[in-house]
Design a binder for this molecule. Sequence first.
Ligand code: PMP
Length: 362
Amino acid sequence: MRVINFNAGPAGLPLPALERAKEELLDFKGSGMSIMEHSHRGKQYDAVHEETISLLTELLGIPDTHQVLFLTGGASQQFAQLPMNFLRPGESADYLMTGVWSEKAYDEAKLVGQARIAATAVQPDKKYVRVPRQDEFQLDPKAVYVHLTSNNTIYGTQWHTWPEVGDVPLVADMSSDFMWKPVDVSRFAFIYAGAQKNLGPSGVLIAVVRKDFIARGRQDIPKIFRYSTHADSNSLYNTPPTLAIYLCRNVLSWAKELGGLTQLEKRNREKGELLYGTLDKLSGFYRAPVEKDSRSYMNAVFYLPTPELDDAFVAAATRSGMVGLKGYRSAGGIRASLYNAVSPDDVRTLVSFMEEFARKNG
Ligand code: PMP
């Protein structure tokens, strides 16, 4: 009965994580109520909170220098909260521009203080088909941080080599590719990701932050917006989104059972190769505009020969039980989001559909 879900976020979740939630919904561990009815200061919720943090710590190999935060307001709130915490008068932050989300992050920073574009890969048509190259960077060695968006959800580009930024703290919005493969957390001062793509439902944002960086944050902003407030209270300063965190716990234990991030990377590479392999093979019909070494393993964007065929493709795919393939408003075309919960078999079903569609309409 379940469809194959290629939504860009909120996105499909692994079935075992949902089944576990279903089993535990009315009576969490014999407590006579669901987890969302428990106090966030009670023993039952506390165990879920700690388990979610320890699963993240284990799967990502988070070093002692860093800690996990659960925040709300989505990645969009972080666009504002980051400069609020770290940009003081006279200081400046650098932004590496790869798409709509990095533009939004930069625009918010400019409202708070000084922000610079240190590199951009924007094209004259305002779209993006690659990430900037290191030789295009014009970094400010005095910047308080460098911000990047690790995966561009809308145009389907992804950083495959982290930029060298010297001693400047590196901040990454990893909303759409967090935990798609192992990552060296120690390279980053601040990682943040809305949960609703690879990790769980919307409503919670996961940040992995370097403790000494957080400690440097401004104290002259409202307490609720200071990262140090949330770090000092283990993300329990106010009521956290308990149900969303619980569901992340279920997804993370599924990921652990699957074999962790090394295994997820293998699956994700296999999926990407299947899909891009098909696009390259059928390049007379499908057009994949992103340059090969910037292709995203999470969001593959492509176009059929006409917008009418794009629409017919989406409609026929829906009839075949595959949803979420329509491209983002400003990009058009098709976008297949291949987050962690999408299996290689799901992608096999998609590529055989694509082959047949090209045969019939090419
Ligand atoms: N950054 C990226 C890379 C995204 O893909 C999105 C959402 N699609 C956002 C930020 C915004 O996230 P939210 O809606 O949770 O604020």
